[in-house]
Ligand binder design. Structure first.
Ligand code: HEM
Length: 175
């Protein structure tokens, strides 16, 4: 979808979303993410553990540990650890390219397509994981993530993630 600005320029939806984040917020995302990425494996495991414990229905997509209850046992699974790395690397690519709206859109398109077509993941879980990421980052790195403007920037990024993903799902005819 496109909007026409007052000056007559066509302002694409993707650019509109990226514009929701100010340049200052984009810089803030990059600075705060650096702290997380230094601990990327632990961060990925913490995010997925919280997701699967708090929202156990999200385990159903992972055949290797869908039957497990014990988070420590789950976290031993290769499938779990692989996905933890993929989630963190995905966020890393978004943050690294946050000043490039076209790249952000293309990365999220690939993620959405794989999850919709190959893994048949309900898009609501992308909203859920966004909330979980915010929660876990605040708990694990309170000094970095406490300021309201940092939380605001991260909420917007999770909004960008969810909006892009659901748009691609809709384009693919997901109902
Ligand atoms: C920021 C969010 C996420 C990112 C960046 C991400 C990233 C990825 C990537 C890169 C892959 C490999 C894609 C492929 O098969 O080509 C993958 C696989 C997968 N993802 Fe995600 N993912 C995210 C969220 C989720 C959520 C919320 C769920 C479900 C609750 C999920 C379920 C799966 C499953 C079931 C697979 C296949 C696992 C396997 O076969 O080992 N993902 N993910």
């Amino acid at each position: 979808m496109e909007r026409v600005q007052a000056n007559g320029e066509v302002f694409g939806q993707q650019q509109a979303e990226a514009a929701l984040l100010s340049d200052q917020e984009k810089d803030m995302l990059q600075d705060t993410w650096a702290v997380v990425f230094q601990n990327s494996e632990a961060a990925g495991v913490a995010v997925l553990t919280r997701l699967f414990v708090k929202f156990p229905s999200s385990k159903k997509y992972f055949k290797d540990f869908q039957h497990m209850e014990d988070p420590e046992e789950m976290a031993q699974s290769t499938q779990f650890r692989k996905h933890a790395v993929r989630v963190i690397n995905g966020i890393n690519t978004l943050v690294e390219n946050i000043h490039d709206a076209t790249k952000v859109a293309s990365v999220l398109k690939l993620v959405a397509k794989a999850h919709a077509l190959r893994h048949k993941v309900d898009p609501v879980y992308f909203k859920i994981i966004g909330g979980v990421i915010l929660e876990v980052l605040l708990e694990a790195f309170p000094d970095t993530f406490h300021p309201a403007e940092v939380q605001g920037a991260w909420s917007k990024l999770m909004g960008v993630l969810y909006t892009h993903v659901t748009r691609v799902y809709a384009e693919l005819g997901w109902v």
